[in-house]
Design a protein around this ligand. Sequence first.
Ligand code: 4AZ
Length: 400
Amino acid sequence: MVGLIVTALVLVLAIIIGLLIYFLAYDQSSHYYQASFQIPSMEYDPEFSVEHSKASRDLKEKINTEIDQVFQRSILSQHYIKSHVVNFRPTNRGLEANVLITFQFPSTRVDTMKWQADNILHENFKSSKSFLKIDISLPHLREMHEAQAKHILNSCCGLGMEYPPVERIAGGKTAAQAAWPWQASLQMDGSHWCGASLISQDWLVTAAHCFDNSKNPKLWTVSFGATLRSPLMRRKVDSIIIHENYAAHKHDDDIAVVRLSTPVPFSEEVHTVCLPDATLEVSPKSKVFVTGWGASKVNGPFPNTLRQVQVEIISNDICNHVNVYGGAVSSGMICAGFLTGKHDACEGDSGGPLVITLDRNIWYLIGIVSWGIGCGKENKPGLYTRVTHYRDWIKSKTNI
Ligand code: 4AZ
């Protein structure tokens, strides 16, 4: 009897200690806060409210970098996740930036963490050290409900893989869940046929040649989520708009937009990629990613899980060299891969995204998998539809 009681007591104690350790050390839940910063040195410019204008992107980056530095050098460095400028507004003291700041810490420490974060902001932004200023009255941080914060973050375009690892579909690796949330699978009669990229709740961009065999929207569906066999969502296709100048089995103007019959709700796993301005120039050697469920080699099987591969932009001049594509690369195409081969898009990746991170971890669609000779062959890098060249066409069809 005594033995039983002692065993029971030891068990209860062990469970309590286990739970304590879990809550104190491992229960790292996300906490979201809103803070307003003043920038007295700047005046409000309507360009700041144009989501992807150069002015707004540059200023957001400057603010986020400053907040990153402050918290990364503080005692909260292990708990600080990221800052995200939500919007700008004019005030009588100049420009005001509204920022969403995310931390991770055990729920039991909400009060101390918030107190520390408030003090860090106070110390760093009350003085003249930074171009950002904060009202001297505490508290600076206002708690935000998780659902509201996630809604804000998921309705922004381009939030995907956090820190692009220098990782090397042919020679690639499996993509993490929610790394590429704009990636969709375009399916004919329920089978994966092409990739596509989500640009709004109901529009996708893909390649025109995906529809060479059938343009009937009733035969097509779209799936979302990183796996083909158990997708997160499926949608029917309402309409397919193919570029007017595209001619089947040719490579020029290989772009189409697809409208879903019902919009998709945004989540961490499903949301849009950003579209760059028509003026964006991507320099040769820039590191970019292509993703898809394409084959790992010519005539190879399609994987169930989305894959990614890092490639490099190659100038059209180099790509048009006699040993490469000998003049077949037009201004509406962008070339990416390696002249040494190996890493490349392949069959089944067509229509899918080629993306670059421009501002801290914001991904932009710069190419659409279009064509190439073989996959991963020496001197035969992948060719992509150059999205900046067709930016106005996309706007004219989708109003995005
Ligand atoms: C294809 O057949 C295909 N290596 C896609 C991309 C490339 C080659 C072929 C580029 O869909």
